[in-house]
Design a protein. Structure first.
Lengths: 347, 324
C-alpha cells in the first residue's frame, strides 16, 4: 500500500548516457550525458514544468521517465493502479527495471502527448481507430462499447462524434493536438508527459489547448510533466518549475517563487530573455551570451560557469551542491544565498 | 515620403479548388528608420505580403492588384510594376531590400561556405572584387557578433549552431546596407536566450544603419520589444493598425483583444484563466459575407454577418476594422 502523502512518482538519480561512436570501427569515443543525475518528484494532481534551452536534456528526461528510452541508471518509483495486486489500491514499482510484460500494462497508467500533431498521428488511420487503438490493444473495449468510449473521449477534448471517420489531414493543427490528447487519455492514465504540447500551434489555439489540459487535469485527476522551452506557458500551467541545464536540474521551486525570486543565475538569465509583452518595459540587457557548451565535454565545476556573469574561481573547480533555499525551493549555485538576482520583467 | 508605401495590395493563388485571395487589399507604409511589426496567425497573409514586396511570390500566386511604392535616394519605384526576375528588381532585391527568413538552415546553402554566401551579394551588387568582398564579409560577421570571424568565414552552415546560422543570414541580408529589411519570423526557430541576442542585434544594427525593418511575427512579446508601429492581419486583411504603445494600451479589434488574452504572461499566475479565442481560422477558400472574424467574435452582431466593416480611424493614428 502506498503511504499517505507519498508522491505519485519519484525520480531518483536518473541518468541517460548516449555513446558517441566515431571512426571506421565505430568505437565508443565518449558519452553524452543527456540526463545526469536528475531527481524529481510529483505529488498526485500536480503539474511540474521542465524548462531549458534546446539540448539541455528535458525531452530525454521526459521520455526516460516513461521508459520510452531506457535509462542508464536511476530509479523511477511510481504508484501504479494497473499493477496493483489483490487488495491493494496501488503498487509501488520501479519503472526503470520493470519486466516487459508489466511495462506494457504500466502504459495504461503513464502516457505521453507529443509536440508535433502533424507527425505523431498515422495519416492512414481514421480518428476512431487512432483514439480507439490503445483501448483495443489493451483489450479494454470492443465493438459498440469501443465506439462509445471513443465518442466520449472526442467530446471530452472538444471534438465531436462526426469526426470519427475522418483522417488526420482533414484537421487543423489544434484539432490534431486534441486527437493526440484523446489518444493519451483513452486508457485513463494517472500521469502524462506533455512534450512541448503547444509549440507547433498558433497563438489563439495554444490557449485553447492549455485550458483543455487544465480542464482534463481537474476532471481526471491527472498529474503532468510539461516539458517546454516556453517559460510563460510554464508559469501559467505549473505548480512547480524545474530548470535544466546540460543534463542537470539547476533550480526547482514553486512557479511564482521561481519567477519572483530566482536563486540561480541561469534562471535569472532565462527570465531576462523572455520578451515582455509590454512596450513600456523594453529590456535591453542581455544576461546570457553565447550558446550552450557541447554536452560531450561539459565544463568543469559548475557547468554554467562559462556563461555565468557572476562566476568566480570556485565555480570553475567545484560542482555546487543542489541544496534547499526555502520551502520547496532548491538551487545548485555556490552563491545562491547571496546573489541579488532579478525577477522576471525587471532588468 | 515613407520608404515603402503599399497601397491596396492583392495577392491571389489560383488553385484547383478555386482562387485563394491570400492578401485582400492591404495598405500600409514603412517609415524610414522605423520597425513595422506585422502580426497574425498562420494563413493570415503576413508572409505572402512580405514575399510580394520582395517580388518572390511564385506561381500559382500572382499580384492581382495594388501598388508598392519604394522610395530610395530620391527616386520612387512601383515594385508591383517591375518584372520579378528582371534587371531592375534584381538590382533592388538583396541590395536595397533584403530578407531574413525563419529557418536559418533552409535559407543557407549547405554546400557552400558561409563566406561564399555572404560575398556573393557583395560582389554582385557592390561590384567589389573577391578580396575586398572577403574583407567586407569578415566585417559583417564581426558586426553580427560571430567570434573568430576570420576563421569562421570558411565554415559550412552545418558547423554552426542555430543562433550562429541566423546571425550569418542577418549578415548576408545586411551586407549591402539595405534600406529595408524584411524579417519573417526570424527568431521563431530559436531558443528564447538566443532570440534575445538576435533581437538586440537587429535593434542595434537598425540604429547604426538607419534601415527600416518589417518584422513579421506571431509573438506579441516580440512585437512589444521591437516595433514602432504594428498592423494586425486576419485572413488577408488588416484588422487593426496603431503605434505599439497605443495598440497594447487600448486594443480595439476583438481579434487583437483575443490574441492578447491568449498569452499567459499578461494574465499572470495560475489563478487567472486564459480566455482563448474560440474556433479556428476558417478555410481561405470559403466565401462569406461580412466580417471575416464574425464566427469567432464574442461581440458578433447581425450587422457583422451582413456587411464587411471598413478599416477606419478610431482615434488619431489608430485604425480598426470593426463595427463596434
Amino acid at each position: 500500500m502506498a503511504e499517505k502523502n507519498e508522491p505519485l512518482l519519484e525520480v531518483r538519480h536518473l541518468e541517460k548516457h548516449f555513446p558517441v561512436r566515431r571512426g571506421l570501427m565505430r568505437r565508443t569515443q565518449g558519452y553524452v550525458k543527456a540526463v545526469d543525475d536528475v531527481t524529481l518528484s510529483f505529488a498526485k494532481g500536480e503539474t511540474v514544468g521542465l524548462v531549458g534551452e534546446s539540448g539541455c536534456g528535458k525531452t530525454t528526461t521526459g521520455r526516460s521517465i516513461l521508459r520510452l528510452i531506457a535509462p542508464t541508471s536511476g530509479e523511477i518509483l511510481f504508484s501504479s493502479k494497473e499493477l496493483a495486486r489483490d487488495g491493494e489500491a496501488t503498487r509501488r514499482v520501479n519503472v526503470a527495471d520493470l519486466p516487459d510484460e508489466d511495462l506494457r500494462r504500466l502504459r495504461r497508467d503513464m502516457q505521453i502527448i507529443f509536440q508535433d500533431p502533424y507527425t505523431s498521428l498515422d495519416p492512414r488511420m481514421a480518428v476512431a481507430d487512432l483514439v480507439g487503438e490503445p483501448l483495443y490493444v489493451h483489450g479494454i473495449a470492443r465493438g459498440s462499447e469501443l465506439r462509445d468510449r471513443v465518442e466520449s473521449l472526442l467530446i471530452a477534448v472538444g471534438l465531436s462524434a462526426d469526426h470519427m471517420q475522418r483522417f488526420p489531414h482533414e484537421f487543423s493543427g489544434g484539432q490534431r493536438q486534441r486527437i493526440g490528447i484523446a489518444r493519451a487519455l483513452a486508457l485513463r492514465p494517472q500521469f502524462i508527459v506533455a512534450d512541448e504540447p503547444i509549440s507547433a500551434l498558433d497563438v489563439s489555439i495554444q490557449a485553447q489547448v492549455v485550458t483543455l489540459l487544465q480542464d482534463l487535469q481537474e476532471e481526471f485527476d491527472l498529474t503532468y510533466l510539461v516539458v517546454t522551452h516556453d517559460l510563460t506557458v510554464v508559469r501559467y500551467m505549473s505548480d512547480r518549475v524545474a530548470v535544466m541545464y546540460l543534463g542537470q536540474i539547476v533550480e526547482i521551486a514553486k512557479s511564482e517563487e521561481l519567477f519572483e525570486h530566482p536563486r540561480h543565475p541561469y534562471t535569472e538569465a532565462l527570465l531576462s530573455a523572455i520578451p515582455v509583452p509590454d512596450p513600456k518595459t523594453r529590456v535591453n540587457q542581455i544576461l546570457l551570451e553565447g550558446d550552450v557548451p557541447s554536452p560531450l565535454n561539459p565544463p568543469s565545476g559548475c557547468r554554467f560557469h562559462t556563461r555565468c556573469r557572476y562566476a568566480k574561481d570556485i565555480c570553475r573547480k567545484e560542482n555546487p551542491e543542489f541544496r534547499a533555499m526555502g520551502e520547496e525551493h532548491y538551487s545548485a549555485c555556490h552563491f545562491a544565498e547571496t546573489l541579488p538576482l532579478k525577477p522576471f520583467g525587471k532588468s | 515620403m515613407p520608404l515603402l508605401d503599399v497601397h491596396d495590395l492583392q495577392v491571389h493563388f489560383n488553385t484547383d479548388a478555386g482562387v485563394v485571395r491570400a492578401v485582400k487589399g492591404v495598405s500600409f507604409s514603412v517609415e524610414r528608420g522605423k520597425t513595422l511589426a506585422v502580426v497574425g496567425e498562420s494563413g493570415c497573409g503576413k508572409s505572402v505580403t512580405a514575399m510580394a514586396i520582395m517580388r518572390l511570390v511564385k506561381a500559382p500566386g500572382r499580384i492581382a492588384g495594388g501598388k508598392m511604392l519604394f522610395s530610395v535616394d530620391g527616386t520612387t519605384t512601383d515594385l508591383s510594376a517591375l518584372e520579378p526576375m528582371g534587371p531592375e528588381m534584381r538590382g533592388i532585391r538583396g541590395n536595397q531590400m533584403a530578407m531574413i527568413f525563419q529557418e536559418p538552415m533552409t535559407s543557407l546553402n549547405p554546400v557552400h561556405t558561409i563566406g561564399h554566401q555572404i560575398m556573393e551579394p557583395i560582389m554582385l551588387h557592390q561590384g567589389l572584387g573577391k578580396r575586398a568582398a572577403r574583407t567586407r564579409a569578415i566585417e559583417m560577421l564581426q558586426a553580427v557578433g560571430i567570434p573568430a570571424a576570420e576563421s569562421r568565414i570558411d565554415d559550412y552552415p552545418h558547423n554552426l549552431s542555430g543562433g550562429m546560422r541566423q546571425r550569418v543570414v542577418i549578415a548576408m541580408a545586411l551586407s549591402c546596407n539595405p534600406s529595408l529589411i524584411i524579417a519573417d519570423e526570424p527568431t521563431t526557430a530559436l531558443d528564447v536566450t538566443i532570440q534575445a541576442q538576435v533581437l538586440k542585434l537587429m535593434n542595434d544594427l537598425r540604429e547604426r544603419s538607419g534601415s527600416s525593418i518589417v518584422f513579421i511575427t506571431h509573438d506579441l512579446g516580440v512585437v512589444a520589444q521591437m516595433a514602432d508601429d504594428v498592423i494586425v492581419m486576419y485572413l488577408g486583411q488588416i484588422v487593426e493598425k496603431a503605434n505599439v504603445e497605443e495598440l497594447f494600451r487600448d486594443p480595439q479589434h476583438p481579434y487583437t483583444q483575443g490574441l492578447m488574452n491568449s498569452i499567459p504572461s499578461m494574465a499572470i499566475g495560475k489563478t487567472e484563466r486564459l480566455e482563448p479565442i474560440k474556433g479556428s481560422v476558417p478555410n481561405p477558400l470559403s466565401l462569406f459575407q461580412g466580417c471575416a472574424f464574425a464566427e469567432r467574435c464574442p461581440h458578433v452582431m447581425d450587422k457583422c454577418r451582413a456587411h464587411e466593416p471598413p478599416l477606419k480611424e478610431t482615434s488619431t493614428g489608430h485604425l480598426a476594422a470593426c463595427w463596434l
